[in-house]
Design a protein around this ligand. Structure first.
Ligand SMILES: Cc1cc2nc3c(=O)[nH]c(=O)nc-3n(C[C@H](O)[C@H](O)[C@H](O)COP(=O)(O)O)c2cc1C
Ligand SMILES: [Fe+2]
Ligand SMILES: [Fe+2]
Length: 411
C-alpha cells in the first residue's frame, strides 16, 4: 500500500495484489497493482478506486489519512471503469459519504445500479465533456468502450497532460518501490514487457479490435504521463506503453516474433516422447521455444506464450474418441481470446479409433480461428521413425513460413 507523487497535486494511491487469482482465473506470479489517483484543483477528484481483493475501503482511508485528507474532502469520484477491481468498495464509500458526486459514462451508470443498487448524484459524461476542478485544472473524458467493459472511459488532465487510463495501458507485475518507468533497470523493463503481454493476453485480448479503436481515438491527444489502473506510471517515455499496446493488439493476428509455443498433453508418454523429438529439432532454428504441458500449466501462462508465438505446435492423444480434454479446454479459450492466424502442426498418439484431430478441426472451425496447419502427424501407439521424419518436415515448413532458416545447415 503506498502513496506516490506523480506531479504537483496528483498522487497515486495503490495496493499490490498477490497470491490471488485475478478475475478468479489468472495467476499473477509477480502480483498486480491496483492504482487510484487523487487530483487536486480547488476541488479534489478521486480517479478510480484502490481496492484490495477483499473489496474494503480501509486501504483507501488509510492512505487518505497519511495525506491528511478525509473522504469528505473528496468532491468528485471519477469512475473510469465499473469492474469491481476499481469500484468494489463503492458501497462502503457511499455509506460514509452519501452525497459523493460520481462522474461516469451512461453504461457505467446502469452497471452501478445493477451492482450496487440505486446511486444518486451521478453526472453522466460523454466524449469531450469536461470537469473544472478550479485553479486551472480541467479534466476531459473520452470513452473507450469495451476496453475492458462497455462502460470504460479515460480521464485526461489538460494541465499536466496526464492520461488516467484505467485498464488501458495496464500491466500485471509489481516491484516494491518501483512506480515509474524511469525507476526500472533494463532487466525490470523486460519483466514489465512479459507482464504486459500476460495482462493483455489474459484480460484485454478478446477486445483487441476495440483496443485498436481506443488507441486510434487517443492518438491526437498529447500525452506526457500515462497513469493506468494497473502497473507502472509511464512518465519518462509514455509512448513506450502506447506503442507496446499497439504491438500487443497486432499480435492477435500476427505476432511479429520468432517464437514457438509447444503445447502438449500426454497420459502415458507416447505423445510426450514425440514432443521431446520436436523440442530437439527446434534447437536447429533460431527461435525462442516455450514448452507448456496441460493441464499442469495455467491458462494465463499459456495464453501469454501463444500471444507472442506465430507458430504453435499442438501435441495431444485421443481420449475417449475426442481430444485429451485439458487441451480442448485451452484451445476453446484461445479461440475465445481470438488468437487468430497461427501457423501450426498437430501431432499425437492414438490407440484404435483416433478422434483428437476431428475435435481440433471442429474447435478451429467454430471459433473461427483461421490457423494454417501443416500435415498432422498421428501415430498408433509409439511414433515410428517415419513419423519423426514427417514432424521434421512439418517444422521446416513452419519455419519457412515465418522466415527462419535451419542454423545447422546454413553456411
Ligand atoms: C482413458 C483413455 C481413453 C482413450 N480413448 C481412446 C479413444 O477413444 N480412441 C483411441 O484411438 N484411443 C484412445 N485411447 C488410447 C490412447 O490414445 C493411446 O493410449 C495413446 O497412445 C495415448 O498417448 P499418450 O501416451 O501420449 O497419453 C485412450 C486411452 C485412455 C487411457
Ligand atoms: Fe477491467
Ligand atoms: Fe482492472
Amino acid at each position: 500500500m503506498n502513496i506516490t507523487t506523480i506531479s504537483d497535486d496528483i498522487f497515486k494511491l495503490s495496493v499490490s495484489l498477490e497470491n490471488v487469482l485475478f478475475e478468479g482465473i489468472w495467476e499473477i506470479p509477480r502480483g498486480v497493482s491496483v492504482n487510484s489517483y487523487i487530483v487536486k484543483g480547488e476541488k479534489i477528484a478521486l480517479v478510480d478506486g484502490v481496492c484490495g481483493w477483499d473489496g474494503v475501503p480501509e486501504h483507501l482511508f488509510e492512505m487518505l489519512d497519511q495525506m491528511n485528507m478525509k473522504i469528505d474532502d473528496v468532491d468528485y469520484l471519477i469512475i473510469n471503469h465499473m469492474e469491481p477491481d476499481h469500484s468494489g468498495w463503492l458501497e462502503d464509500l457511499r455509506s460514509i459519504k452519501a452525497n459523493l458526486n460520481i462522474i461516469c459514462t451512461k453504461p457505467a451508470e446502469q452497471l452501478l445500479e445493477a451492482f450496487y443498487g440505486r446511486v444518486d448524484n451521478i453526472r453522466v459524461v460523454k466524449d469531450g465533456d469536461t470537469l473544472d476542478l478550479g485553479n486551472g485544472r480541467i479534466l476531459t473524458f473520452a470513452t473507450v468502450p469495451n476496453v475492458h467493459w462497455p462502460d470504460a472511459m479515460v480521464t485526461y488532465d489538460t494541465m499536466t497532460k496526464t492520461l488516467f487510463s484505467c485498464d488501458v495501458f495496464g500491466t500485471y507485475g509489481y516491484i516494491e518501490g518501483k512506480h515509474f518507468d524511469e525507476d526500472l533497470t533494463e532487466e525490470e523493463l523486460v519483466i514489465f514487457e512479459e507482464e504486459g503481454v500476460r495482462y493483455y493476453s489474459n484480460i484485454v485480448a478478446t477486445f483487441s479490435d476495440f483496443t485498436k479503436k481506443a488507441l486510434d481515438k487517443l492518438k491526437d491527444i498529447e500525452i506526457k504521463v500515462v497513469a493506468p489502473g494497473h502497473g507502472l506510471v509511464w512518465r519518462k517515455n509514455p509512448s513506450k506503453i502506447i506503442d507496446d499496446y499497439k504491438r500487443y493488439a497486432a499480435y492477435q493476428k500476427d505476432p511479429d516474433l520468432h517464437e514457438v509455443t509447444v503445447l502438449y498433453g500426454s497420459m502415458y508418454g507416447m505423445t510426450e516422447k514425440a514432443v521431446q523429438h520436436i523440442i530437439e529439432s527446434l534447437k536447429n532454428y533460431d527461435v525462442k521455444v516455450n514448452v507448456h504441458r496441460v493441464p499442469e500449466t495455467s491458462w494465463g501462462t499459456i495464453l501469454a506464450s501463444v500471444w507472442n508465438s506465430p507458430v504453435v505446435i499442438l501435441a495431444m492423444p485421443t481420449y475417449e474418441y475426442k481430444m485429451f480434454p485439458p487441451m480442448a479446454a485451452i484451445l476453446e479459450e484461445l479461440g475465445n481470446k481470438k488468437v487468430h492466424n497461427r501457423k501450426a502442426l498437430r501431432i499425437g498418439s492414438y490407440g484404435w479409433s483416433g478422434g483428437a484431430q476431428k475435435e481440433l478441426d471442429e474447435i478451429m472451425k467454430h471459433k473461427g480461428m483461421k490457423w494454417t496447419f501443416v500435415e498432422p502427424v498421428e501415430f498408433k501407439g509409439a511414433a515410428a521413425q517415419s513419423d519423426y521424419q514427417k514432424m521434421d518436415e512439418g517444422i521446416i515448413e513452419l519455419m519457412e513460413m515465418i522466415g527462419v532458416s535451419d542454423t545447422a545447415v546454413t553456411v
